[in-house]
Ligand binder design. Structure first.
Ligand code: A3P
Length: 387
């Protein structure tokens, strides 16, 4: 039987960590003295829900991600970048990737300011938008934090917090000038990015202490999901887009974090070169075998399920906790806006959660066009999708 680490112990551990925000040389055990169970053998206490951490405050203002901030220190760099001429407002190209102006500032800031935590075992979740980011955040958090937060417990953080409140998105945080909050996360830190692999700083991309979990999705379903998302997040007076618009941008490569094929190939190649450091997941395979995926995730992250945990049904408990049906039904996900920096409605992250919804949106001609692009761009890589 595992004993839960009490909240006060965790808070105490966190407070200690928060007090030493600039001292990244401190061994993780220095902040968790006295904790025995519910803590990994390395003495780590993380992850903990980002929103719960001392020193992390809510961003009050709505972020307009499409225009550079006037006080942005990178405004000079950003204003010189090529802009997309399509109808998607505010996309520009930085180091080969298309992204919103405000995102570029966050990306440059991550590249220049990210500080790895020595020996801390950082875990980076990566994905193109609309490919299962929210789900993989929930799964990874629940899997890694299962000693402190048993997945069947009635007070599990994922029952009261949106997954984006638990796992911060790095470029949003850095873009808002809040990178110091990364230091408040207890080790191992769990964080997310939409950045292309070649854009990651070497301290993330080539750091033996950092593991990367990548999730992607069959491109036609990704496009459908992106279109629904653009509709769901449109605010009064905002611009609406047709499905054809979304199809056109993504096929041109000029969609947020596009070209999607470059996004896929960067992490695909990294996973082939260093499979022990980059786990490449496909949404369709995750849905087909949720418990198997959770076991694979746990093994990859160095926290495989013990025989006792298997016997107690923990992998299945995590699958149930993180299933779209559970998540969609929670108040935390039905109301409010994601608490970090983009302020998207929480409910916009949970739609159908199925494979093959593209048949309801694409003509056979549209589907053939996308399939041909995917086939051409991924040819020779060994990466394929079926749907
Ligand atoms: P659909 O729009 O196809 O339903 P992201 O989190 O990267 O924004 O991706 C959103 C997509 O993941 C949406 O797909 C959403 O419904 C789906 N999704 C969100 N939570 C999920 C979960 N717990 N399980 C499976 N799919 C989920």
């Amino acid at each position: 039987m595992q004993r839960q680490v009490s909240r006060s112990q965790l808070e105490e551990a966190n407070t200690n960590r928060a007090c030493t925000v600039t001292d990244s040389s401190l061994p993780p055990t220095a902040m968790v003295g006295g904790l025995e169970e519910g803590v990994s053998s390395s003495g780590h206490v993380g992850p903990m829900p980002f929103k719960d951490l001392a020193g992390v405050q809510e961003q009050d203002d709505e972020q307009d991600m499409s225009t550079p901030r006037e006080d942005d220190e990178y405004a000079g760099i950003i204003s010189a970048l090529p802009s997309a001429t399509n109808r998607f407002r505010g996309l520009c190209q930085y180091q080969g990737a298309w992204m919103l102006h405000r995102t570029v500032a966050g990306v440059i800031s991550v590249q220049r300011r990210f500080v790895p935590r020595p020996g801390g075992g950082d875990v980076l979740l990566a994905s193109p938008p609309k490919c299962g980011t929210t789900w993989v955040k929930a799964l990874s958090f629940a899997t890694m934090a299962r000693a402190a937060y048993p997945p069947s417990a009635g007070d599990h953080p994922l029952l009261r917090l949106n997954p984006h409140d638990c796992v911060p998105s790095m470029e949003d945080l850095f873009g808002a000038g809040r990178e110091a909050q990364m230091e408040v996360l207890p080790s191992p830190r769990l964080m997310h990015t939409h950045m292309h692999h070649p854009l990651l700083p070497p301290s993330l991309a080539h750091n033996p202490d950092c593991k990367i979990v990548y999730v992607c999705r069959e491109p036609k379903d990704m496009m459908v999901s992106l279109w629904h998302f653009t509709k769901a997040i449109v605010t009064s007076g905002g611009r609406t887009y047709s499905f054809s618009d979304v199809l056109e941008w993504t096929c041109e490569g000029k969609s947020p974090y596009g070209p999607f094929w470059d996004h896929l190939l960067g992490y695909w190649r990294a996973s082939k070169a260093t499979p022990e450091r980059v786990l490449f997941l496909k949404y369709e395979e995750m849905l087909a075998d949720q418990v198997g995926t959770i076991r694979e995730l746990a093994r990859f992250l160095g926290v495989p399920f013990t025989t006792a945990e298997e016997a107690a049904g923990l992998p299945l408990d995590i699958a149930k906790l993180c299933s779209i049906d559970t998540m969609r039904g929670l108040d935390a996900n039905k109301t409010g806006k994601s608490w970090q920096f983009f302020k998207f409605p929480n409910e916009s992250f949970f739609r159908k959660g199925v494979v093959g919804d593209w048949v309801n949106h694409m003509t056979p001609e549209m589907a053939r066009k996308v399939d041909a692009i995917v086939e051409e761009k991924l040819r020779g890589s060994g990466l394929t999708f079926t749907s």
